[in-house]
Structure formats: C-alpha cells, structure tokens
Design a protein around this ligand. Structure first.
Ligand code: ADP
Ligand code: MG
Length: 659
C-alpha cells in the first residue's frame, strides 16, 4: 500500500481564484491544458460547504460519470477501438443502510491506475473535456455530460470516505482500488477484479444518513436521472407473467423478479419529431408531470444543432387559477441530466408559464443568472425559442382557425405578455393575435380594422376601437355602442391596458376607448351638428345646480346634447386616467414613485333627455335636489359605484317614491 500526498499549496484562496476564473472565462479547456493542479491544504471542507449548496446533487454527478464512462465505451466500440461484444451495459445503484454505504456501479470504460491519478487526484482536470477534445472530430456529438471537472468530488459532501474499485476496458489493464477520507492523502493499490467498469463506494457521513433511505434515493433518481440515456437499476421488483392462452382455468400466474429500471433512456424530446404522434406527446407530458390531469393545449418540438445545440418539447398548458400551477415548470436538462427547473434568463419571461423540457449542453450553468442573461449564446437560444413559438402559433392559426379560436382564451395571457415584452414576437403576432368581440367573433387586427373602418372612423380620421373589460358591468355602455352599429371588443386580461398602449404606439391613426370612457358620441366624434333642447342660458343655469349636489372632487359635470332616448345622467371614466391607473396597478410603465392616480369620473348630463328639462323646471328646491340625487345615484348604480350609506339612502328614497 502506498500513501501519496496531493501536492500542497499554501492557500485556499488559490482555489477560489481559480474557480472564479473558471466562472468568468469559461476557458476550462485552456486551463486544463495548462496543467493547473488545483488543491489546497484540505479542500474537502470547502467543497462540502461552498461548492454546491445542494448536497443531493452528488448522486446526479456520480451517475453522470457512470453514464459518461458507458457512453465512452459504446463510442469506442462503434469506432472499432474495442473488439468484441460490449453487451447492454447498465448502471446500478445499491444502498446498504446497515453498512451506511451507497454504491454506484457501471460497466463502462473503467480507469487504469494512471488514469485514476490523472483524473481523480487532480481536481478540476476534467477527463470528460479531454475525451471530447480528442474525439470531437470523429463523431459530432457523443452526449458526454462532464464539464466542470469537480463532479466526482461532490461525493465528499455526503461521504466521510470514498472508495473506487475500477478496471479499465484496455486488455492488459490491472484493476485498482482508490480510497480517500477527505484528507489530502489518498490510497491507490492494485486489486483483483475481473469485471470491466467502475464501482464507487460512498461511506455515508453521520450528517447525511438521509441518503440511506430508499425513498430519498428514489426521489433523487426521479428528479435528476429520470431520462438519462443509460438504464439505471435500483433494486428489483416482481412482475406477473401473463397466462398462456391455453392455460387451465385454475392456473396461477407466474411471478418473476426483474431489474427495477428507474429511467426512460429514450425520452420523446430526443426523438425525431416526424416519428412522434400526438399521442406520444401526450404520453410524454404525463411522464413529465404525473400529477397533472389537465391535457396540454398543444406542443412545440424544439430541435436545432446550429449555431447551438438544443432539443426539447414545450407545452402550452391550460392556465387555471390553481395555485399549484407554479409547481410544474419547464425543466432544463443537459444531455438528458436534469439540471434545474429555474429557466429564468434562458427561456423568455413570457414563456415561463409553459411546461416541458429543454435540453442543451451549450448553456453555461456554473455562472450567475445575470451573467447568463448577457451571454450571447443564451440570448440566441431565447430568441430561437421565441421564434419557434411564434411560428407554431402561426401554423395553428392557419391550419385550423376554429380550433385556435377555441383555445384563445386559454393562451391569450401568454401571447399578450409576449407581445408586450418581445418585439420580435410582437411583429409576428399580427398573424395570429386575436381580438374577440363581446359577441364572440374573433378578428385579427387587420380584419378588425377593415370591418370597423366605415363606421368607427372619427372626424379627425382616427379609427376608434371600442372595447369592454366586463360584459356584465358595462352592459349599458355596450348597448349604447351597439345601438350605433359599432363593434365592441372584449379585452379582459389583466395586462390589456399595457397592450393597448403598445398597439396605439405602433400603428398609425388608431385609438382604443373603453365603452364607458365617455358618452358614445364623444368616443367616436362625427361632424354632425348637435341640437340641444335646452338653450345655452338654461344649460348655464342648470350646471351649477347639479354641481352643488354631487361631489365635484371626484365627478366633473359635462353637459351634452345627446339622443333624447339616451339616459339623462351617465357616469363615465376618462380613458387616459383609467388606463394609467390600471397600468400602474399591474406594474411597469415607469410609474414608480408617482403616487397613486386618483379615481376621476365625469357626470354626463344629457340636455336632450326629458328628465333633465324637468329638473330645471322644478321650482321647489327640495324636489329638485331629490330628482338630481336620484338620477345621480341611478347613474352610479349602473357603473357599480353606489355602495354603503349612499346605497342605503338610495333604496329608502326609491321606496318612498313608489309608495
Ligand atoms: P467530469 O465528469 O467533469 O470530467 P468528474 O470530477 O466528475 O469531472 O470526474 C473526473 C474524471 O474522472 C472523469 O472525467 C473521468 O475521466 C473519471 N471518472 C469519474 N468517474 C468515472 C467512472 N465511473 N468511470 C470512468 N471514469 C470516471
Ligand atoms: Mg462528472
């Protein structure tokens, strides 16, 4: 037995400086070639504390290494560098609670003693990088996972001692055993072993015994390794064989014990889209989110290998108010290894409500999120995803408009958010964004403007698009607009005021107005002369009488000569103020620190309505006041503004009137 010291460096700082350089420069290959032997007095406590905040990832790292070793073996075999049959190698996980051991066993390339010295003893000298470097020209993508050169050492986050038993695939290779207890010394010795491959034995530390629980391991395998490319065995299970057709009636089905393979090595996203049916996508959705019972609306298969490598399947879910919504998120994989379900910075914000999988080895992960967002490759990935989603929406719209219209209310929030936040998406959205009317007709923007041009162009040649946000609450205003033959859209998503603002800014001569923003003739002003039944003097006399009774801080009185059949008093809320207030409430728009916009309303008095004339003609002050109050309250009632004491008084007064 020989004991070799790892070379000593004087200071931990060197390790951190190196790691920082690695983070910033991403020039891992160059560094490794420069033969940096990174270490410190005792590096393991540092690893344990700082390197990975999530201790549980040790298993992912070790299974990734086992996978790499198996993929290398397969690769060498296809290149003809290994003679003979390599069989169907699998990876096995064993847990021994008594002995406090976890074993990760593979049948991959294994390591010679020299390789152990080179790849295991020299931290940050990533063998995977070197392998890919060496063979990169021979086969495009080997699917090898290792990147960071620190994966193996994550085992010291949970183990007080680690052993490696390994035998290289090379013909004359001697098997070796390596052992290290986390101190800077290690043991390396020759052993007898006939099987090719590597067995890692973790002697679990006192503070990590949770990982000796079968449930915990199953949970980890399910989280990180569910779709890894080499079959992973964890325990065995019983399977009942089907009875033969000619079996006697009292025959008992035979039970056999089989390997319990925990992963699906060929998940849908790794397959060719042309080989998949709708059903396969639906099945994969259930495989990803077993607890989701709602079917997704549609999916988008991502598949690109230049200028970056990315595969995946995204699903548009039916958005519900369910709070669990946030739980099933897009999962990010690298070469079929789960990395995270926080795809912030990689997937554009507006698509984070989607579900599914993205797999890309080209996303740098050992960097901060803010660095990620400024990374050129990552930006390209985000814009590729945006483009694919837009293209899919266009084709769905074109191929089956009716089905698309039926889905619209479930997807509009995502689309509207995308139109607001991504200019490229906004440009394309003209081809699929829909504008439904209160009567459930769905227009594209172009169709809408064509349709309403003749009637809804005002005297200044602006096209006025009328909309409602709530069919019930704005019923009387919608009615008044329809009376004139106008179309009224139903725009009811929370961010719609932002979207309207953006549409007005990007298209010429259009203007949006909510139906209750003014009396209808003012919303779309025509050059028609207005004839008022009341004279100018009478109007001048009546206005202050009304102003004396209503709270003028919130309501400003506006005398208008309208249709005599239109209501005498109408409360409106000016478009601009209301929209700004809504935008402020939903965030964005640069309103920070501007204070709250007050609620401002207009009381429109229809000087052509008979009642208004009657109010003016009423000579008893008390009677006149009662009429104004009653009319004002009715107007408030139709805007849902009558509450509390005012409502109580109104009801009392109304009963008095009908007595
Ligand atoms: P990386 O995977 O990024 O290369 P690791 O620290 O995880 O870094 O592993 C270091 C190296 O040790 C690997 O690149 C590989 O050469 C070697 N190695 C680790 N585990 C195995 C294994 N199970 N079989 C063969 N070689 C392995
Ligand atoms: Mg690794």
């Amino acid at each position: 037995m020989m004991v070799l010291p790892i070379c000593h460096l004087s200071h931990f700082g060197i390790f951190f400086d190196y790691y920082r350089t690695l983070i910033i420069n991403q020039k891992l290959k160059d560094m490794a070639k420069g033969n940096i032997k990174v270490t410190a007095e005792n590096i393991f406590p540092i690893i344990k504390k700082f390197l990975y905040s999530d201790h549980e990832i040790f298993l992912r790292e070790l299974i990734s290494n086992a996978t790499d070793a198996t993929l290398k073996l397969k690769h060498l075999s296809t290149l003809g560098e290994i003679k003979g049959d390599i069989g169907n190698p699998i990876i096995e996980i064993k847990v021994d609670k008594e002995k406090k051991e976890i074993r990760i066993i593979d049948q991959g390339v294994g390591m010679t003693g020299d390789e152990v010295k080179k790849y295991i003893n020299q931290i940050a000298f990533s063998g995977a990088e070197e392998f890919v470097e060496k063979y990169k020209d021979k086969v495009e993508d080997t699917g090898i996972i290792g990147h960071f050169g620190l994966g193996f050492y994550s085992s010291f986050m949970v183990a007080e001692k680690v052993e490696i038993f390994t035998k290289s695939f090379q013909d004359d290779a001697k098997a070796v055993r390596w052992e290290c207890d986390g101190s800077p010394q290690y043991i390396l010795e020759d052993i007898e072993r006939t099987e090719r491959g590597t067995e890692i034995v973790l002697h679990i530390a006192e503070d990590s015994t949770e990982f000796l629980e079968e449930n915990r391991i199953t949970q980890l395998l399910n989280k990180y390794n569910k779709f890894m490319p080499i079959p992973i065995k964890f325990g065995t299970r019983e399977e009942t064989l089907p009875l033969a057709e000619d079996a006697p009636e009292d025959a008992k089905p035979e039970k056999i014990t089989v390997d319990n393979i925990v992963n699906n090595p060929n998940p849908a996203w790794t397959k060719n889209p042309t080989d998949l049916k709708d059903e396969d996508y639906a099945d994969f959705y259930r495989e990803l989110y077993p607890m989701q019972f709602e079917e997704p609306l549609f999916n988008i298969h991502l598949n690109v290998d230049y200028p970056f490598n990315l595969t995946g399947i995204l699903y548009f879910p039916k958005l519900t108010k369910n709070i669990d919504q946030a739980k099933d998120k897009i999962q990010l994989y690298q070469n079929q290894v789960f990395v995270t379900d926080n795809v912030e910075g990689i997937v554009p914000d507006f698509l984070q409500m989607l579900r599914g999988v993205i797999d890309s080895p080209d996303i740098p992960l050992n960097v901060s999120r803010s660095y990620l967002q400024s990374d050129a490759a990552v930006k390209k990935i985000a814009s590729y995803i945006t483009r694919k989603v837009a293209d899919k929406l266009i084709s769905l719209f074109k191929n089956d408009r009716k089905a698309f219209e039926e889905k619209w209310n479930d997807i509009k929030i995502i689309i509207e958010y995308g139109m607001l936040s991504e200019d490229k998406f906004f440009e394309k959205s003209d081809k699929f964004a829909l504008y439904p009317t209160v009567d459930d007709t769905y227009f594209t923007f172009e169709e809408l403007t064509e349709k309403i041009k003749p009637l809804q162009t005002d005297k200044d040649n602006n096209l006025v698009i009328l909309y409602a946000s709530n069919v019930k609450a704005q019923h009387s205003y919608i009615d008044a607009a329809k009376e004139k033959g106008y179309e009224v859209l139903l725009l009811d998503s929370p961010i719609v005021s932002h979207l309207i603002q953006k549409l007005e800014g990007s298209k010429e001569n259009i203007h949006f107005a909510r139906v209750d923003a003014d009396q209808i003739d003012n919303l779309i002003k025509k050059d028609e002369p207005k004839i008022s039944k009341l004279s100018e003097e009478e109007i001048a006399e009546l206005k202050p009488i009304i102003e004396e009774i209503i709270p003028t801080k919130t309501y400003s009185v506006q005398m208008e000569a309208m249709d005599s059949s239109a209501n005498p008093f109408i409360i409106t809320q000016p478009e601009f103020m209301r929209r700004m207030k809504e935008m402020q409430a939903t965030g964005g728009g640069g309103f920070m620190g501007m204070g709250n916009f007050p609620d401002m309303y207009n009381l429109v008095v229809n000087t052509n309505n008979e009642l208004v004339g009657k109010i003016l003609a009423t000579k008893t002050k008390k009677k006149q006041e009662a009429l104004i109050k009653q009319a004002f309250d009715l107007a408030k009632l139709s805007q849902n503004l009558l509450h509390g004491e005012d409502l109580t008084n109104f009801i009392k007064r109304s009963f008095e009137l009908i007595k």
